[in-house]
Design a protein around this ligand. Structure first.
Ligand code: ADP
Ligand code: MG
Length: 443
Protein backbone atom coordinates (compact mmCIF):
# COMPACT_ATOMS: atom_id res chain seq x y z
CA UNK A 1 0.00 0.00 0.00
CA UNK A 2 2.75 2.41 1.00
CA UNK A 3 4.48 1.68 -2.30
CA UNK A 4 1.36 2.41 -4.27
CA UNK A 5 0.89 5.64 -2.36
CA UNK A 6 4.45 6.72 -3.10
CA UNK A 7 4.05 5.83 -6.72
CA UNK A 8 0.82 7.78 -7.10
CA UNK A 9 2.35 10.84 -5.47
CA UNK A 10 5.50 10.53 -7.50
CA UNK A 11 3.52 10.35 -10.71
CA UNK A 12 1.52 13.40 -9.72
CA UNK A 13 4.74 15.28 -9.07
CA UNK A 14 6.24 14.30 -12.41
CA UNK A 15 3.03 15.27 -14.16
CA UNK A 16 3.07 18.73 -12.57
CA UNK A 17 6.73 19.16 -13.33
CA UNK A 18 6.15 18.25 -16.94
CA UNK A 19 2.98 20.18 -17.56
CA UNK A 20 3.00 23.03 -15.05
CA UNK A 21 6.62 23.72 -14.27
CA UNK A 22 5.73 27.34 -13.53
CA UNK A 23 4.01 26.20 -10.35
CA UNK A 24 6.31 23.27 -9.52
CA UNK A 25 8.82 24.05 -6.76
CA UNK A 26 11.86 22.07 -5.68
CA UNK A 27 10.54 21.70 -2.14
CA UNK A 28 7.67 19.56 -3.49
CA UNK A 29 10.15 16.69 -3.13
CA UNK A 30 9.96 17.13 0.64
CA UNK A 31 6.22 16.54 0.78
CA UNK A 32 5.29 13.20 2.23
CA UNK A 33 2.12 11.40 1.17
CA UNK A 34 0.33 10.05 4.28
CA UNK A 35 -2.67 8.20 2.96
CA UNK A 36 -5.05 7.77 0.08
CA UNK A 37 -8.45 6.80 1.38
CA UNK A 38 -11.97 7.37 0.13
CA UNK A 39 -10.81 9.69 -2.61
CA UNK A 40 -8.71 11.88 -0.34
CA UNK A 41 -4.97 12.11 -0.72
CA UNK A 42 -3.45 13.45 2.50
CA UNK A 43 -0.07 15.09 2.29
CA UNK A 44 2.24 16.15 5.09
CA UNK A 45 3.53 19.63 4.30
CA UNK A 46 5.71 21.04 7.05
CA UNK A 47 5.76 24.78 6.31
CA UNK A 48 2.67 26.90 6.61
CA UNK A 49 3.64 29.03 3.61
CA UNK A 50 4.02 25.84 1.57
CA UNK A 51 0.53 24.72 2.53
CA UNK A 52 -0.86 28.09 1.55
CA UNK A 53 0.95 27.96 -1.75
CA UNK A 54 -0.39 24.49 -2.57
CA UNK A 55 -3.90 25.41 -1.55
CA UNK A 56 -4.05 28.75 -3.26
CA UNK A 57 -1.78 28.49 -6.25
CA UNK A 58 -1.78 24.90 -7.43
CA UNK A 59 -4.66 23.02 -5.90
CA UNK A 60 -6.68 22.83 -9.12
CA UNK A 61 -3.71 21.62 -11.08
CA UNK A 62 -2.81 19.05 -8.46
CA UNK A 63 -6.35 17.73 -8.45
CA UNK A 64 -6.35 17.51 -12.23
CA UNK A 65 -2.97 15.78 -12.16
CA UNK A 66 -4.20 13.31 -9.57
CA UNK A 67 -7.17 12.51 -11.74
CA UNK A 68 -4.98 12.10 -14.78
CA UNK A 69 -2.57 9.80 -12.99
CA UNK A 70 -5.08 7.61 -11.16
CA UNK A 71 -8.13 7.87 -13.36
CA UNK A 72 -10.18 8.78 -10.28
CA UNK A 73 -11.51 11.98 -8.84
CA UNK A 74 -9.27 12.73 -5.90
CA UNK A 75 -9.20 15.65 -3.52
CA UNK A 76 -6.11 16.74 -1.66
CA UNK A 77 -5.57 17.65 1.93
CA UNK A 78 -2.44 19.41 3.13
CA UNK A 79 -1.68 18.80 6.77
CA UNK A 80 1.16 20.03 8.90
CA UNK A 81 1.64 16.61 10.45
CA UNK A 82 -0.21 13.36 10.68
CA UNK A 83 -2.75 14.56 13.26
CA UNK A 84 -3.57 18.09 12.46
CA UNK A 85 -5.45 19.04 9.36
CA UNK A 86 -5.21 22.53 8.06
CA UNK A 87 -8.59 23.77 7.06
CA UNK A 88 -8.18 27.30 8.33
CA UNK A 89 -6.07 28.65 5.54
CA UNK A 90 -7.46 31.98 4.47
CA UNK A 91 -8.09 32.34 0.80
CA UNK A 92 -6.34 35.20 -0.93
CA UNK A 93 -7.40 34.20 -4.37
CA UNK A 94 -10.95 35.42 -3.94
CA UNK A 95 -11.38 39.10 -4.65
CA UNK A 96 -13.57 39.53 -1.62
CA UNK A 97 -10.90 38.63 0.89
CA UNK A 98 -10.74 41.06 3.76
CA UNK A 99 -7.55 42.95 4.58
CA UNK A 100 -7.11 40.69 7.59
CA UNK A 101 -6.81 37.70 5.33
CA UNK A 102 -4.43 39.38 2.95
CA UNK A 103 -2.04 40.09 5.77
CA UNK A 104 -1.38 36.46 6.35
CA UNK A 105 -0.12 35.33 3.02
CA UNK A 106 3.57 35.08 2.32
CA UNK A 107 4.88 33.51 -0.83
CA UNK A 108 7.25 30.63 -0.14
CA UNK A 109 9.23 31.89 -3.15
CA UNK A 110 10.01 35.16 -1.42
CA UNK A 111 12.70 34.13 1.02
CA UNK A 112 16.27 35.32 1.49
CA UNK A 113 17.47 31.93 0.22
CA UNK A 114 15.73 32.53 -3.08
CA UNK A 115 17.03 36.07 -3.45
CA UNK A 116 20.08 36.63 -5.64
CA UNK A 117 22.37 39.34 -4.33
CA UNK A 118 24.22 41.59 -6.77
CA UNK A 119 25.59 45.11 -6.83
CA UNK A 120 22.11 46.42 -7.69
CA UNK A 121 20.49 45.25 -4.47
CA UNK A 122 23.32 44.43 -2.04
CA UNK A 123 22.57 47.19 0.43
CA UNK A 124 18.81 46.63 0.38
CA UNK A 125 19.32 42.93 0.96
CA UNK A 126 21.85 43.45 3.76
CA UNK A 127 19.65 45.94 5.59
CA UNK A 128 16.63 43.65 5.34
CA UNK A 129 18.66 40.79 6.78
CA UNK A 130 19.94 43.02 9.59
CA UNK A 131 16.44 44.23 10.39
CA UNK A 132 15.04 40.73 10.43
CA UNK A 133 17.73 39.66 12.89
CA UNK A 134 17.11 42.57 15.25
CA UNK A 135 13.77 44.21 14.48
CA UNK A 136 13.42 47.74 15.82
CA UNK A 137 17.11 48.04 16.52
CA UNK A 138 19.13 48.30 13.35
CA UNK A 139 17.45 50.62 10.87
CA UNK A 140 14.10 52.08 11.63
CA UNK A 141 12.26 52.76 9.45
CA UNK A 142 13.79 50.90 6.56
CA UNK A 143 12.69 52.29 3.24
CA UNK A 144 13.36 50.41 -0.03
CA UNK A 145 12.67 52.02 -3.35
CA UNK A 146 13.13 51.16 -7.01
CA UNK A 147 11.16 50.61 -10.20
CA UNK A 148 8.68 47.86 -10.65
CA UNK A 149 9.87 44.26 -10.73
CA UNK A 150 13.22 44.77 -8.99
CA UNK A 151 12.51 42.72 -5.87
CA UNK A 152 11.01 45.10 -3.30
CA UNK A 153 8.09 42.88 -2.44
CA UNK A 154 10.37 39.87 -2.41
CA UNK A 155 12.67 41.45 0.20
CA UNK A 156 9.80 42.75 2.33
CA UNK A 157 8.27 39.30 2.51
CA UNK A 158 11.64 37.64 3.05
CA UNK A 159 12.32 39.91 6.04
CA UNK A 160 8.85 39.24 7.46
CA UNK A 161 9.19 35.49 7.05
CA UNK A 162 12.66 35.51 8.61
CA UNK A 163 11.35 37.37 11.66
CA UNK A 164 8.53 34.85 11.99
CA UNK A 165 10.94 31.99 11.71
CA UNK A 166 13.04 33.33 14.60
CA UNK A 167 9.99 34.20 16.61
CA UNK A 168 6.75 32.50 15.55
CA UNK A 169 4.85 34.60 18.12
CA UNK A 170 5.91 37.91 16.58
CA UNK A 171 2.97 40.01 15.52
CA UNK A 172 3.72 41.11 12.03
CA UNK A 173 1.41 43.07 9.82
CA UNK A 174 2.41 42.94 6.19
CA UNK A 175 0.21 44.52 3.55
CA UNK A 176 0.10 46.73 0.52
CA UNK A 177 -0.44 50.41 1.14
CA UNK A 178 -3.57 50.18 -0.96
CA UNK A 179 -5.03 47.70 1.51
CA UNK A 180 -4.07 49.96 4.40
CA UNK A 181 -5.83 52.90 2.75
CA UNK A 182 -8.92 50.86 1.87
CA UNK A 183 -9.09 49.46 5.33
CA UNK A 184 -8.80 52.95 6.78
CA UNK A 185 -11.59 54.31 4.58
CA UNK A 186 -13.73 51.35 5.51
CA UNK A 187 -13.04 51.98 9.21
CA UNK A 188 -13.97 55.65 8.88
CA UNK A 189 -17.20 54.86 7.07
CA UNK A 190 -18.27 52.08 9.40
CA UNK A 191 -17.07 53.64 12.64
CA UNK A 192 -14.35 51.05 13.15
CA UNK A 193 -11.45 53.39 13.84
CA UNK A 194 -10.74 51.97 17.25
CA UNK A 195 -10.21 48.47 15.87
CA UNK A 196 -8.28 49.84 12.96
CA UNK A 197 -5.85 51.63 15.25
CA UNK A 198 -5.56 48.71 17.55
CA UNK A 199 -4.70 46.47 14.68
CA UNK A 200 -1.91 48.59 13.23
CA UNK A 201 -0.47 50.17 16.34
CA UNK A 202 -0.07 47.11 18.52
CA UNK A 203 2.24 45.05 16.41
CA UNK A 204 5.90 44.11 16.56
CA UNK A 205 6.58 44.94 12.97
CA UNK A 206 4.63 46.83 10.32
CA UNK A 207 5.58 46.15 6.71
CA UNK A 208 3.88 48.23 4.04
CA UNK A 209 4.47 47.76 0.35
CA UNK A 210 4.11 50.47 -2.29
CA UNK A 211 3.60 53.49 -0.03
CA UNK A 212 3.54 55.78 -3.07
CA UNK A 213 -0.16 54.91 -2.88
CA UNK A 214 -0.42 57.49 -0.09
CA UNK A 215 0.22 60.21 -2.65
CA UNK A 216 -2.49 62.85 -2.58
CA UNK A 217 -4.53 61.02 0.08
CA UNK A 218 -4.53 63.50 2.90
CA UNK A 219 -6.58 61.72 5.50
CA UNK A 220 -4.80 58.44 5.01
CA UNK A 221 -1.49 60.26 5.33
CA UNK A 222 -2.64 61.81 8.57
CA UNK A 223 -3.63 58.42 9.94
CA UNK A 224 -0.47 56.82 8.71
CA UNK A 225 1.58 59.53 10.37
CA UNK A 226 0.07 58.66 13.76
CA UNK A 227 0.43 54.93 13.19
CA UNK A 228 4.04 55.51 12.30
CA UNK A 229 4.76 57.63 15.37
CA UNK A 230 3.09 55.23 17.71
CA UNK A 231 5.14 52.29 16.44
CA UNK A 232 8.33 54.26 16.19
CA UNK A 233 8.10 55.53 19.74
CA UNK A 234 7.64 51.99 20.95
CA UNK A 235 10.70 50.93 18.97
CA UNK A 236 8.70 48.64 16.74
CA UNK A 237 10.16 47.93 13.34
CA UNK A 238 8.69 49.60 10.27
CA UNK A 239 9.65 48.55 6.74
CA UNK A 240 8.33 50.39 3.71
CA UNK A 241 8.74 50.19 -0.04
CA UNK A 242 7.88 52.54 -2.89
CA UNK A 243 8.59 53.02 -6.56
CA UNK A 244 10.59 56.17 -5.80
CA UNK A 245 12.38 57.80 -2.88
CA UNK A 246 10.32 59.49 -0.13
CA UNK A 247 10.99 62.97 -1.50
CA UNK A 248 9.91 61.89 -4.97
CA UNK A 249 6.47 60.67 -3.93
CA UNK A 250 4.13 63.31 -5.29
CA UNK A 251 1.91 65.10 -2.80
CA UNK A 252 3.28 63.45 0.28
CA UNK A 253 3.29 65.61 3.40
CA UNK A 254 6.67 66.93 4.36
CA UNK A 255 6.48 65.48 7.84
CA UNK A 256 6.01 61.99 6.39
CA UNK A 257 8.91 62.50 4.00
CA UNK A 258 11.10 63.45 6.92
CA UNK A 259 9.91 60.47 9.01
CA UNK A 260 10.67 58.10 6.14
CA UNK A 261 14.13 59.60 5.73
CA UNK A 262 14.82 59.29 9.41
CA UNK A 263 15.99 55.67 9.22
CA UNK A 264 17.66 54.13 6.22
CA UNK A 265 16.60 54.69 2.62
CA UNK A 266 18.06 52.33 0.04
CA UNK A 267 17.56 52.17 -3.68
CA UNK A 268 17.24 49.00 -5.73
CA UNK A 269 18.67 49.25 -9.20
CA UNK A 270 18.38 47.19 -12.32
CA UNK A 271 20.50 44.05 -12.18
CA UNK A 272 23.58 43.68 -14.38
CA UNK A 273 23.89 40.74 -16.77
CA UNK A 274 25.65 38.47 -14.32
CA UNK A 275 23.05 39.02 -11.64
CA UNK A 276 20.31 38.42 -14.16
CA UNK A 277 21.94 35.15 -15.16
CA UNK A 278 22.15 34.10 -11.53
CA UNK A 279 18.47 34.95 -11.12
CA UNK A 280 17.43 32.89 -14.15
CA UNK A 281 19.52 30.00 -12.80
CA UNK A 282 17.85 30.29 -9.40
CA UNK A 283 14.33 30.47 -10.85
CA UNK A 284 15.04 27.50 -13.09
CA UNK A 285 16.29 25.49 -10.15
CA UNK A 286 13.18 26.34 -8.13
CA UNK A 287 11.02 25.01 -10.96
CA UNK A 288 13.10 21.92 -11.48
CA UNK A 289 14.28 23.05 -14.91
CA UNK A 290 17.87 22.76 -15.99
CA UNK A 291 18.54 24.89 -19.06
CA UNK A 292 22.04 25.00 -20.59
CA UNK A 293 24.23 27.99 -19.70
CA UNK A 294 23.96 29.51 -23.15
CA UNK A 295 20.19 29.62 -22.84
CA UNK A 296 20.47 31.22 -19.41
CA UNK A 297 22.73 33.86 -20.83
CA UNK A 298 20.50 34.37 -23.84
CA UNK A 299 17.47 34.99 -21.63
CA UNK A 300 19.42 37.25 -19.28
CA UNK A 301 20.64 39.38 -22.17
CA UNK A 302 17.27 39.47 -23.82
CA UNK A 303 15.34 40.80 -20.83
CA UNK A 304 17.32 43.42 -19.06
CA UNK A 305 15.10 45.51 -16.89
CA UNK A 306 12.21 43.89 -15.07
CA UNK A 307 12.98 40.66 -13.22
CA UNK A 308 9.38 39.54 -13.34
CA UNK A 309 9.74 39.51 -17.11
CA UNK A 310 12.85 37.38 -16.81
CA UNK A 311 10.81 34.74 -15.06
CA UNK A 312 8.04 35.01 -17.63
CA UNK A 313 10.57 34.50 -20.39
CA UNK A 314 11.98 31.41 -18.74
CA UNK A 315 8.46 30.01 -18.42
CA UNK A 316 7.79 30.72 -22.06
CA UNK A 317 10.95 28.98 -23.25
CA UNK A 318 10.28 26.02 -21.03
CA UNK A 319 6.64 25.82 -22.13
CA UNK A 320 7.76 25.71 -25.72
CA UNK A 321 10.38 23.06 -24.95
CA UNK A 322 7.67 20.88 -23.41
CA UNK A 323 5.72 21.01 -26.66
CA UNK A 324 8.77 20.03 -28.64
CA UNK A 325 9.92 17.05 -26.65
CA UNK A 326 11.18 18.52 -23.41
CA UNK A 327 14.72 19.62 -24.19
CA UNK A 328 15.65 23.28 -23.86
CA UNK A 329 18.14 24.29 -26.51
CA UNK A 330 19.51 27.61 -27.65
CA UNK A 331 17.81 27.22 -31.03
CA UNK A 332 14.52 26.73 -29.30
CA UNK A 333 15.08 29.75 -27.04
CA UNK A 334 15.82 31.85 -30.13
CA UNK A 335 12.69 30.56 -31.75
CA UNK A 336 10.60 31.26 -28.65
CA UNK A 337 11.90 34.75 -28.09
CA UNK A 338 12.56 35.77 -31.65
CA UNK A 339 15.70 37.14 -33.28
CA UNK A 340 19.17 37.51 -31.89
CA UNK A 341 20.01 38.44 -28.34
CA UNK A 342 20.17 42.18 -27.79
CA UNK A 343 23.73 43.28 -27.10
CA UNK A 344 24.35 44.71 -23.64
CA UNK A 345 23.15 48.29 -23.25
CA UNK A 346 25.63 50.97 -24.00
CA UNK A 347 25.34 54.27 -22.17
CA UNK A 348 22.39 56.05 -23.65
CA UNK A 349 22.19 59.80 -23.20
CA UNK A 350 19.13 61.98 -22.84
CA UNK A 351 20.13 63.82 -26.03
CA UNK A 352 20.04 60.54 -27.96
CA UNK A 353 16.59 59.84 -26.58
CA UNK A 354 15.42 63.32 -27.52
CA UNK A 355 16.81 62.87 -31.00
CA UNK A 356 14.97 59.60 -31.62
CA UNK A 357 11.71 60.85 -30.15
CA UNK A 358 11.73 64.19 -32.00
CA UNK A 359 12.45 62.32 -35.25
CA UNK A 360 9.71 59.83 -34.62
CA UNK A 361 7.02 62.35 -33.70
CA UNK A 362 8.30 65.07 -35.96
CA UNK A 363 8.54 67.73 -33.26
CA UNK A 364 11.36 70.10 -32.34
CA UNK A 365 13.56 70.06 -29.28
CA UNK A 366 12.46 73.60 -28.43
CA UNK A 367 8.85 72.35 -28.34
CA UNK A 368 9.74 69.67 -25.81
CA UNK A 369 11.52 72.21 -23.64
CA UNK A 370 8.83 74.85 -23.97
CA UNK A 371 5.62 75.30 -22.06
CA UNK A 372 3.12 73.99 -24.63
CA UNK A 373 0.75 71.40 -23.28
CA UNK A 374 -1.06 70.37 -26.46
CA UNK A 375 -1.11 66.62 -26.79
CA UNK A 376 1.01 66.61 -29.93
CA UNK A 377 3.85 68.10 -27.89
CA UNK A 378 3.10 66.88 -24.37
CA UNK A 379 2.92 63.26 -25.42
CA UNK A 380 6.37 63.03 -27.06
CA UNK A 381 7.73 64.93 -24.07
CA UNK A 382 6.29 62.30 -21.76
CA UNK A 383 7.73 59.53 -23.90
CA UNK A 384 11.17 61.16 -23.62
CA UNK A 385 10.87 61.31 -19.85
CA UNK A 386 9.73 57.71 -19.71
CA UNK A 387 12.65 56.49 -21.81
CA UNK A 388 15.11 58.66 -19.90
CA UNK A 389 14.01 57.15 -16.63
CA UNK A 390 14.21 53.62 -17.99
CA UNK A 391 17.36 53.82 -20.05
CA UNK A 392 19.60 56.32 -18.28
CA UNK A 393 20.85 56.53 -14.71
CA UNK A 394 19.65 60.15 -14.34
CA UNK A 395 17.47 61.14 -11.41
CA UNK A 396 13.97 62.48 -11.89
CA UNK A 397 15.22 66.01 -11.15
CA UNK A 398 17.97 65.74 -13.73
CA UNK A 399 15.54 64.47 -16.33
CA UNK A 400 13.11 67.30 -15.56
CA UNK A 401 16.03 69.71 -16.05
CA UNK A 402 16.35 68.64 -19.68
CA UNK A 403 12.78 69.56 -20.40
CA UNK A 404 12.57 73.18 -19.47
CA UNK A 405 13.25 72.70 -15.76
CA UNK A 406 10.19 70.61 -14.98
CA UNK A 407 10.12 69.20 -11.48
CA UNK A 408 10.45 65.57 -10.45
CA UNK A 409 6.74 65.02 -9.84
CA UNK A 410 6.03 65.96 -13.46
CA UNK A 411 8.59 63.43 -14.63
CA UNK A 412 7.17 60.76 -12.38
CA UNK A 413 3.66 61.52 -13.56
CA UNK A 414 4.84 61.24 -17.17
CA UNK A 415 6.55 57.97 -16.40
CA UNK A 416 3.47 56.47 -14.85
CA UNK A 417 1.14 57.64 -17.61
CA UNK A 418 3.29 56.12 -20.34
CA UNK A 419 3.87 53.00 -18.31
CA UNK A 420 0.12 52.51 -18.02
CA UNK A 421 -0.33 53.06 -21.74
CA UNK A 422 2.49 50.66 -22.45
CA UNK A 423 0.55 47.97 -20.64
CA UNK A 424 -2.83 48.76 -22.17
CA UNK A 425 -2.17 50.04 -25.68
CA UNK A 426 -0.54 47.81 -28.26
CA UNK A 427 0.27 50.63 -30.66
CA UNK A 428 2.12 52.56 -27.99
CA UNK A 429 3.91 49.48 -26.81
CA UNK A 430 5.16 48.87 -30.36
CA UNK A 431 6.28 52.47 -30.75
CA UNK A 432 8.16 52.41 -27.46
CA UNK A 433 9.70 49.03 -28.13
CA UNK A 434 10.80 50.34 -31.53
CA UNK A 435 12.37 53.44 -29.99
CA UNK A 436 14.12 51.38 -27.33
CA UNK A 437 15.42 48.93 -29.92
CA UNK A 438 16.75 51.79 -32.05
CA UNK A 439 18.47 53.39 -29.07
CA UNK A 440 19.98 50.24 -27.64
CA UNK A 441 21.17 48.87 -30.96
CA UNK A 442 22.61 51.96 -32.58
CA UNK A 443 23.82 53.65 -29.44
P1 ADP B 1 8.74 44.75 -6.97
O1 ADP B 1 7.99 44.57 -5.70
O2 ADP B 1 9.98 45.58 -6.81
O3 ADP B 1 7.90 45.24 -8.11
P2 ADP B 1 8.98 41.90 -6.87
O4 ADP B 1 9.54 41.76 -5.50
O5 ADP B 1 7.55 41.58 -7.05
O6 ADP B 1 9.30 43.35 -7.44
O7 ADP B 1 9.87 41.03 -7.85
C1 ADP B 1 9.41 40.60 -9.11
C2 ADP B 1 9.89 39.19 -9.35
O8 ADP B 1 11.30 39.19 -9.50
C3 ADP B 1 9.59 38.27 -8.18
O9 ADP B 1 9.21 37.02 -8.67
C4 ADP B 1 10.91 38.16 -7.45
O10 ADP B 1 11.06 36.90 -6.83
C5 ADP B 1 11.90 38.32 -8.55
N1 ADP B 1 13.15 38.93 -8.10
C6 ADP B 1 13.45 40.24 -8.01
N2 ADP B 1 14.70 40.41 -7.57
C7 ADP B 1 15.21 39.18 -7.38
C8 ADP B 1 16.48 38.69 -6.94
N3 ADP B 1 17.50 39.53 -6.64
N4 ADP B 1 16.64 37.36 -6.84
C9 ADP B 1 15.65 36.52 -7.18
N5 ADP B 1 14.45 36.92 -7.60
C10 ADP B 1 14.22 38.22 -7.71
MG1 MG C 1 6.00 44.96 -5.32
Amino acid sequence: MADILMEVWDNILRYIQRHHSDCWRNWFEQIEPLSLERGVLRLAVTERSWRQYLQQVCNDRLVAAAQQVTGHLISLEYVSDEQESESDIPSISSKSSSPQEELLYFSPDYTFDNFVVGPCNRLSHATCVAVSEAPGQAYNPLFLHGSVGLGKTHLLQAASQAVLKNNPQAKIVYLSCETFVNHFIHAVERGGLYEFRHKYRYVDMLVIDDVQFLSDRERSQEEFFHTFNSLYQNRKQIILSADCSPAEIPKLEERLVSRFNQGLVTRMDKPDTETRMAIVRKKALMRGINPPEEVIEFIARKVDSNIRELEGTLTKVHGMAMLEGGVITIELARQALGDEPTPPHRQISISQIIESVTNHYNVRLSDLQGKRRSRSIAFPRQVCMYLARDLTPHSLEEIGGHFGGRDHTTVLHAYRSIDRLYESDNGIRQTIDGLVAGLTQNG
